[in-house]
Ligand binder design. Sequence first.
Ligand SMILES: O=C(O)CCC(=O)C(=O)O
Ligand SMILES: [Fe+2]
Length: 317
Amino acid sequence: MVTKSNIYDIMGSLTQSKLPVIDLTRKNINPASSSWITKCDEVIRGLEEYGCFIAMYDGVSQELHDSIFLASQDLFDLPIETKVLNTSDTPSHGYVGKEPIVPLYEGLGIEDATTTKGAERFTKLMWPYGNESFSKSALMFSKAVAELDQIVMGMVAKSYGIEQHYKSLFGSTTYLLRFIKYLCPQGNGQNLGLVPHTDKSFMSILHQKQVKGLEIKTKDGQWIEVDPSPSSFIVMAGDACMAWTNGRIEAPCHRVMMQGNEERFSLGDLNIEIPQELVDEDNPLQFEAFDNYKYIHYYYTDEGKRSKCPIKSYCGI
Ligand SMILES: O=C(O)CCC(=O)C(=O)O
Ligand SMILES: [Fe+2]
């Protein structure tokens, strides 16, 4: 029987607590400045405690924020026959829409979004006669957010003393820009935009427009709502980051409960080796080296979908 109290249990309770907000605007992130080490500590604390934090970041101007969301609207206004042309070998990187378990959700990914080639290839597929402003905005936004990712990863690597490993990881990094749209709930009580999950990527950077909806689960099981703002970006660890840091940073469970338009960045890496510096008597090696793309494929197999912690089933020791 479904009673009021067990509906509450299924949905989980919302908490008033907030995610850490870290000022990563340019004046604060010069590695030569004294505030740099403090910022590194804040970033690590946020990631170890919540698996994510909110970055205040000025690499995306208000103008770019506006133009990327206008571009997003143009994209979703295209006919479905055009949008489905965006296919990918990697599950969930192409067009996703009209899925029975998430009927409100629609998403399109641009692979290699930080390269002119990636941005133009996608634009040509969607607009065979061209759409220069779309491809320009997508490329500029991708580059700006990739820069934020690199700042954060540099801080993580510095704090753990694994800068050398980060350099090789960085060489094999590609970026995916995913445009996401959620329909308004249809008044039938169904307002789950996206089911609770952890990201399968290395790191995701989320940016929302006006309408909130993203909720992140704390380690003690409470859900925290995240308010949108043009200068805030949610930096979130994915499963691959958990393996790379030998379990120090765990990918947080998150879901979307309302409607809105959000852009999302995620990152896929190849041949990730667990840095030896993070392995000692107290912290034995927890994961084998793995390939992030193959892991994503594994996650979409029956075994991967059934697993409680797919990254552990895939490459845990
Ligand atoms: O739309 C959002 O804010 C979250 C999207 C998300 O979690 C995902 O695409 O994995
Ligand atoms: Fe996610």
